[in-house]
Design a protein around this ligand. Structure first.
Ligand SMILES: *Cc1c(COP(=O)(O)O)cnc(C)c1O
Length: 398
């Protein structure tokens, strides 16, 4: 098949206009909802946030949902409530955004990485036990790209050793494991509404838990450790409050919550479009010897937050970064998720990590590309991406 010379070699690009990465799907509903709050006289945490929390907790099937400014905060507050501190160890995946490990360090604890499975890119439950020590207090699984981790195995280990489970579900809004929604399974689940996630409030996060005491503590912690928030005090003239803990400041505003409510209405349709596009990508790339795709396990619903391909570097003459550059010249903008956390300089210098420590994560990092993938794209856009990947792989094949 000859589809021409890559644009980076002087050929014509697949697209005349850029296909940007991570463009959010914002409709008139979000715009109207935000404007309504702006005009209402109450723009910070208040009735919209309460409504967003109620609808979110009902959607995932957890007793409580607590809205915060990010998934990073959601994870940190969960660690605080779990009592994680100095001398403690927390097990997580190296194939994640650095904040999963950063928050463990903020608590004075130590992140302990366990390598991923090469086919799903999720933490390998079979490798967890040999990293457990008397100091281990929690496991933080990361649902990479929106495919749930093997939660039965992880929960079994946690029960056996008395560990908390705090899920990094930044990618997994709308995902299910064995017919249970992510958010309803473990002690704490942290979600993200960052612009590149399944639903967005520009920035934002949510913690779900079914423990009443923990939920109460989380509500306190997100706003200075105060017993009453501003909405309760002002809406009922309750002027007194008490500070029961030197808390944090990470409450979600009603402007964001109004946007979140409108996005939540569209969540099922977003995931359905993502699943349709993922099928189109899968069937094209599974024909190509230069590309591998991620294995999908049984008995789950994938939220399809990201679509990644892995380059079979043995079959092509260019490396991952050159492939990304060549796609950009075709007007297809991509990303890389993730540089394994242990390879970042702080982690190398502080903990002595080096190349070779987590071979599966490192092998993935050298080959992985996150393609443009959003319900904002048309089916034609999806086929442009496929044609561009085919063109580059074909031109540079060995
Ligand atoms: C985006 C992301 C986060 C952080 O989410 P924020 O809401 O930006 O704090 C954490 N973990 C993973 C895996 C992510 O992709």
């Amino acid at each position: 098949m000859d589809i021409g010379k890559p644009a980076i070699e002087g050929g014509n690009p697949i697209r005349q206009t850029p296909l940007r990465f991570g463009v959010p799907f914002i409709g008139q509903e979000e715009i109207d909802a935000v404007v309504e709050v702006l005009k209402s006289g109450w723009i910070t945490t208040g009735p919209k946030t309460q409504e967003f929390e109620e609808k979110f907790s009902r959607y995932v099937g957890a007793r409580h949902a607590i809205a915060v400014t990010s998934c990073t905060d959601a994870m940190e507050l969960s660690l605080v409530v779990a009592g994680i501190g100095a001398e403690d160890e927390v097990i997580t995946s190296p194939m994640t955004f650095a904040s999963t490990a950063n928050v463990i360090i903020h608590r004075g604890a130590t992140p302990v990485f366990v390598d991923i499975k090469p086919d799903t890119l999720n933490i390998d439950p079979a490798k967890i036990e040999k990293h457990i020590t008397p100091r281990t207090k929690a496991i933080m699984p990361v649902h990479y790209a929106g495919q749930p981790c093997e939660m039965d195995e992880i929960e079994d280990i946690a029960r056996l050793y008395g560990l908390y489970v705090i899920e990094d579900a930044a990618h997994a809004i709308g995902a299910e494991y064995k017919n249970k929604k992510i958010g309803s399974i473990s002690d704490f689940t942290a979600f993200s509404f960052h612009v590149q996630k399944v639903i967005t409030t520009a920035e934002g996060g949510m913690i779900t838990t079914s423990n009443d005491d923990w939920a109460k503590e989380l509500r306190n912690l997100r706003l200075h450790g105060m017993t009453k928030d501003a909405w309760i005090r002002i809406s009922s003239s309750q002027v007194h409050y008490d500070v029961v803990y030197p808390g944090y400041k990470c409450n979600m505003t009603d402007i964001q919550s109004a946007m979140g409510l409108a996005q939540l209405e569209k969540l099922e349709s977003f995931v359905n479009i993502r699943q349709k596009y993922a099928k189109i990508y899968d069937s094209a790339f599974q024909q190509m010897p230069e590309i591998s795709t991620i294995k999908r396990i049984d008995n789950i619903r994938h939220s399809e937050n990201m679509y990644v391909i892995l380059l079979n570097l043995e079959t092509i003459k260019i490396n991952r970064d050159e492939f990304v550059q060549a796609l950009q010249a075709e007007n297809i903008y991509c990303a890389v998720h993730f540089k394994p956390v242990h390879l970042h300089s702080y982690y190398r210098e502080t903990f002595g990590y080096k190349h070779g420590d987590y071979p599966n994560a490192e092998r993935v990092f050298n080959r992985v590309i996150t393609l443009p993938f959003s319900p904002k794209m048309t089916e034609d856009d999806v086929y442009d991406v496929i044609r561009a990947v085919q063109k580059i792989a074909n031109y540079y094949k060995k």
